[in-house]
Design a protein around this ligand. Sequence first.
Ligand code: ATP
Ligand code: MG
Length: 553
Amino acid sequence: MVRARESGMTDAGTDFIRQRIERDLAEGVVENGVVTRFPPEPNGYLHIGHAKSICLNFGVARQYGGHTYLRFDDTNPLKESEEYVEAIQRDVAWLGFDWEDRLTFASDYFQPLYDSAVELVHSGKAYVCSLSREEIRATRGTLTEPGTASPYRDRPVSENLDLLERMRQGEFPDGAHVLRAKIDMASPNINMRDPVLYRIRHAEHQRTGDAWVIYPTYDYTHCICDALEGVTHSLCTLEFEDHRPLYDWVLDNINMNIHPPQIEFARLGLEYTVMSKRLLQRLVDQGGVDGWDDPRMPTLAGMRRRGVTPASIREFCRRVGVTKQDNRQKVELLEFCIRQDLESAAPRGMSVLRPLKVRIANYEGPGENLEGPWHPRRPELGSRTLPFGRNLYIERDDFSFAPPRKWKRFSPGAHVRLRYAYILRCDDVVTDAHGEVVELECSYVPESKSGSDTSGIKPAGVIHWVAADNAVPAEIRLYGRLCRVPAPRAATFMEDLNPDSLVTVQGYVEPAIAGSDESRFQFERTGYFCRDSALPETYNRIVTLRDSWRPES
Ligand code: ATP
Ligand code: MG
């Protein structure tokens, strides 16, 4: 297990939720440890917004001694699937959290949920309503107008019990009846205007098969599952604030001696991307990306494939903190966390993204093996062999025909140092019919070998390179923002997709990289990269090297 300090898994009682938990512990309100749950609906892949909730729920339980349920909210068989159930478990585990044997499903509780519904009907707190979906919506009222009572509101208890049982037995088609709570059609809170608790849905459920043809609603299910699992703090996002009275009403009106408090916190947003599963699903379906794990996606699967480390996501969530203000975080903060994690962890290597050929006219012989450390500040990682020879590739951008003043790289007549190798001078430039530079004719300075340089020459700068005969061709994928605008809107985000979000180049990596068991590297001067998990000799750029984020900005 990763150590807590560097992993961002714990955080002293600074946010309002941790303060609340500490108070509850101090006052003895919570006697047997903190119990939380992370309750995803298996209708899509998890994204970095979910990571915030995961870090919070698992984080506080770990911090204060307790445990966390991974509970699938699988109450809508039409939208949910086993594929998502598996993907979500993979992602939570990858993030570094362990639910031990506490993997549950709302569907595990279909029977007790139904029993509580019968109880509500018995006590006159719920009734079977035979209005259509549209009629229910039309009679719900508005923010300023109260709702109108359903003509079925005063059905006798015995009739309700009979209808509910027959709904359950599958006697009625979808939409014929619903079970509604009998609360207050004039409540200023629309969620309290006789909300629907159960609807008929003749659909095969991925876990319960055809055992049930009525399915409970989220609001009804969630609070009861929390109580049944002994959750001590039910942490959810702000949009559920208006649902809290219903959460409390259900638990107050059934025979249940546990009543978890629901506590709301702000959702996490991220600039230049959308977050909701519904929109991400559309992006996948309409081919805006190549699937849920496309490295441009804000999904955990996409970020994993891109090479982002779980520790950096946890650190990002820790820095974002837990507040009541909805917020859209800067991508630069996430990138800062990624760089911070990879800076010491990732071995260094050289890769040329846009190759320009170099021929060293005065280099004799078959070539030689040079050496470079895997990491400049971590000698314990050892070094790698760098084959050097007469033909090299350097980065096209590192050469300028007519360099600006103070150019620190290569140009006609200039000297430059090849990293861990020799000083090189550009003697001649070969161009094609369009004036494009196609090759450089160079000479090297034999006595300038890195580490034993006696040449006395001061090169303009240091550039990276690979030996043409040994370098391994690689596809290198460079990612930009998913969207062109920092705050894409749900209605128009497909038009705001960044056409340059993926730029693919055919480059080369040094042989030691291709042969290494590591998956993440810092390629000198071009960024942090990760070997793609699915495609051979393909490298995804995780992030560039330069930080533009500052704590105060
Ligand atoms: P989405 O809108 O992306 O589909 P959701 O809330 O419908 O998200 P769920 O599967 O219901 O997704 O979410 C599981 C948990 O994750 C919930 O407790 C929810 O509050 C939390 N969550 C979802 N999105 C975010 C977010 N952006 N920031 C923080 N928590 C989130
Ligand atoms: Mg949802």
